[in-house]
Design a protein around this ligand. Structure first.
Ligand SMILES: Cc1ncc(COP(=O)(O)O)c(C=O)c1O
Length: 396
């Protein structure tokens, strides 16, 4: 099929709810994508943070092949090894005093839905409110889009679910004022991803922990984007002195296969009893086998360390670009989750980078998101920086 023929199929048969680029991607390998015209693209924003271990990691592909030959899916009426094994690995990755239990689903929004429902089940009956932070992003289902405190995502869907209270991110005083006996949970991202790589302060997360404890509420961290090694630790919260009650994850967990998970501390997890929540595909054998392979690939490949080292290296290089290009205001991030704050719009920069064979992203109009896969090399980072440098020079 030609590029044009594939695009025509979409025009005719696929709902046009995404703004798409005029490219058909036919293959992915490691840090590279290949399109139907034979172009090779260095992917520094793989799958919107899904392909954290790169495209088609051999270990994930092998695990999928093996699992596909044995059992694709078994419903949750039965036990299955991949689901149990993935839950163990995740629980051990969190470690410390957390060491929770998992519920599996298929996406980030579903993981957050599960977390919100569990918070309601676990806390006192009169508690029905949720505090979330402005600029956060938690998904597109009704509860998670309501949790997403950004008016642009609410347009056309009013009235939203009751009980959600929004506070400015990192604002401890606003958090204190928003708290009451009716609050069931606070849900925030440790680093806001879609919101523009905004890093939570120690004080903010600490205050959430203390207020939740004082008021019998649950602390939920949305690790859908920060989880599974992207920040150089398994989970973003591990950069802080704070332990949440629930974390949610998805994206990189399946290495490209759809999966989501909610992990809760044992005493909180105990409130999720049969009949209260479920997902037909949750814990699917194929998805869980991929998840196990992702975690083993990160562990055996020393990828957490690589994410830390190359994250530092990338930020250093991007800060050097700031000296040269006045459009760069600042560079912030942890590990391989990096934002470049521009003084003007970034969409045209992203487009020009793609023309030159580099994929990055722009969020909130003025923040370039640079989120390489954890398998990236120094040479690939250098190549990406060189392309960005060239594009910024042309724009001046
Ligand atoms: C932090 C965060 N939470 C939740 C979601 C929603 O995940 P999904 O699109 O898999 O439902 C996203 C997606 O970008 C996200 O970044």
């Amino acid at each position: 099929m030609t590029t044009q023929e594939t695009i025509e199929l979409f025009d005719k048969y696929v709902i046009a709810n995404y703004g798409r680029l005029d490219r058909v991607i036919v293959r992915g390998e490691g840090c590279y994508l290949y399109d139907s015209e034979g172009n090779k693209i260095l992917d520094m924003f793989p799958g919107w943070a899904v392909s954290g271990t790169g495209h088609c990691h051999p270990r994930v592909v092998e695990a999928l092949r093996k699992q596909a030959g044995e059992l694709l899916h078994i419903d949750n009426t039965f036990y299955s090894e991949p689901q149990g094994e993935l839950a163990r690995l995740l629980s051990e990755s969190a470690g410390g005093g957390f060491g929770g239990k998992c519920f599996f689903c298929n996406s980030g929004a579903e993981a957050n839905e599960a977390a919100l429902k569990l918070a309601r089940l676990h806390t006192a009956k009169e508690k029905y409110k949720f505090i979330t932070a402005e600029g956060g992003f938690h998904g597109r289902t009704f509860a998670t889009v309501t949790a997403t405190a950004q008016p642009k995502y609410h347009e056309g869907f009013m009235p939203l679910l009751p009980g959600f209270v929004y506070i400015p991110f990192n604002d401890v005083e606003a958090l204190k004022s928003a708290f009451s006996d009716e609050v069931a949970a606070v849900m925030v991202e440790p680093i806001q991803g879609e919101g523009g790589i905004n890093i939570a302060t120690d004080e903010f997360l600490q205050a959430i922990r203390e207020l939740c404890d004082e008021n019998g509420a649950v602390m939920i961290l949305d690790e859908v984007q920060t989880g599974i090694g992207r920040t150089g630790k398994w989970f973003g919260y591990q950069h802080y002195e704070v332990e949440p009650d629930i974390i949610t994850m998805a994206k990189a967990l399946g290495g490209g296969v759809a999966i989501g998970a909610m992990m809760a501390k044992n005493e909180v997890a105990a409130s999720l009893v049969p009949g209260k929540h479920a997902s037909t595909f949750g814990g699917n054998c194929l998805a869980c086998a991929a998840g196990v392979a992702v975690i083993e690939a990160i562990e055996d490949g020393g990828l957490l360390q690589n994410a830390q080292d190359l994250g530092q290296y990338s930020m250093g290089k991007l800060r050097q670009l700031k000296e040269k290009h006045s459009i760069i205001d600042s560079v912030r991030g942890i590990g391989m989750m990096i934002g470049v704050q521009l003084t003007g719009p970034g969409a045209a920069i992203v487009d020009k980078c793609l023309e030159k064979g580099l994929r990055i992203n722009c969020t909130h109009e003025t923040v370039l998101r640079f989120m390489p896969p954890m398998i990236a090399t120094k040479e690939q980072i250098d190549q990406a920086i060189e392309i960005i440098d060239g594009v910024l020079s042309e724009g001046e």
